[in-house]
Design a protein around this ligand. Structure first.
Ligand code: SF4
Length: 316
């Protein structure tokens, strides 16, 4: 006797998954392997996703954490998160072939921080301590020139040398709503603070959060496919909870899914962080189909057409 499967509606948030910066970073590693042969070294996970990293390892990439692990005769790629100025400087000193896969939207924040510093302003960086993007942005300026603020409490307690000569920049993958509150606290305390004309939180982070908000109230549960060290993925879990979804969690791939957690759910929201490939979404849906009678409803809140050029050295 065949058992009837329980119905499950999957509300698929769109946009989700790979952003233009991640697509570009992966292509840079692939092109570098084609051009220079195996192995090509990559400093830090090119993007925060094990699946992507393992795929590139199979193609000939070797991932390391520091430049001193790279032999003199092999090229090295810097990850999409960006690096402190000292890193390319050291690569130059060693005459390493080095290719920068920093997302152009992260580079834009680096340039902003430099510009403020040149104008004599103290720069306040809103971001998460220890995240590679934050380490890279702090490392654009001399030690101590950038003050890191992680939340409203730190913004309220911030001590600065001259409150009339301040600017702020942000990590690109923060929660849009949390950042609004932190910026408001800074503006309240330092009305003359300079900020970016357009927010530093990138289009991909903003769009993925908006797409989750659009489905959150309709979902009994929501799964974000992504890695625990992926900032934008972790923020999607929080955004879902904040927007009215009863329970939300991060899952790296279908094999990690706790199906008992879904036992009382009829509507499952699904999204993926900017570094998670669509194959992992397909895999999760296939795993759902094995257990439920699945109906898919895709909710698209915006179209994304952003594409970033590859570095000139890898084109043609
Ligand atoms: S999440 Fe945003 S900043 Fe990060 S790589 Fe993607 S587009 Fe660039």
């Amino acid at each position: 006797m065949t058992q009837t499967k329980r119905p499950l509606t999957v509300l698929l948030a769109s946009p989700r998954g790979f952003c233009a910066g991640v697509e570009r970073a992966i292509q840079i590693v692939e092109r570098a392997i084609e051009r220079y042969g195996r192995p090509v070294y990559v400093r830090h996970e090119i993007v925060h996703n094990r699946f992507v990293v393992e795929d590139l390892e199979a193609k000939g990439a070797i991932f390391v954490e520091e430049l001193d692990e790279v032999p003199d005769d092999r090229p090295v790629v810097f990850s999409a998160h960006g690096v402190a100025k000292a890193v390319p400087a050291e690569a130059e000193r060693r005459h390493l072939v080095h290719i920068d896969a920093t997302c152009p939207l992260v580079s834009k924040v680096h340039r902003e921080a430099e510009r403020h510093f040149e104008c004599g302003r103290t720069v306040v960086l809103i971001g998460h301590a220890g995240h590679p993007e934050v380490v890279g942005t702090l490392g654009q300026l001399p030690a101590g020139a950038v003050l890191l603020v992680e939340d409203v409490a730190q913004a309220e307690a911030l001590c600065v040398p001259d409150g009339s000569n301040l600017a702020y920049a942000t990590q690109t993958t923060l929660s849009v709503d949390d950042t609004v509150e932190i910026v408001a606290a800074l503006r309240r305390r330092f009305p003359a603070i300079h900020g970016p004309k357009m927010e530093d939180i990138c289009y991909a982070t903003t769009n993925r959060q908006a797409a989750v908000k659009a489905i959150a109230e309709r979902c009994d549960a929501l799964v974000v496919i992504g890695a625990p060290n992926s900032s934008n993925s972790m923020r999607l879990v929080e955004v879902a909870a904040g927007a009215g979804c009863r329970k939300s969690r991060l899952v790296q791939r279908a094999a990690d899914m706790d199906w008992g957690w879904l036992a009382d759910s009829r509507k499952l929201g699904v999204t993926a962080g900017a570094s998670a490939p669509e194959t992992l979404v397909d895999e999760l849906i296939a795993a759902c189909r094995e257990r439920y009678e699945v109906a898919i409803e895709e909710i698209r809140t915006t179209e994304e057409k952003v594409v970033f050029k590859l570095p000139r050295a890898l084109v043609a």
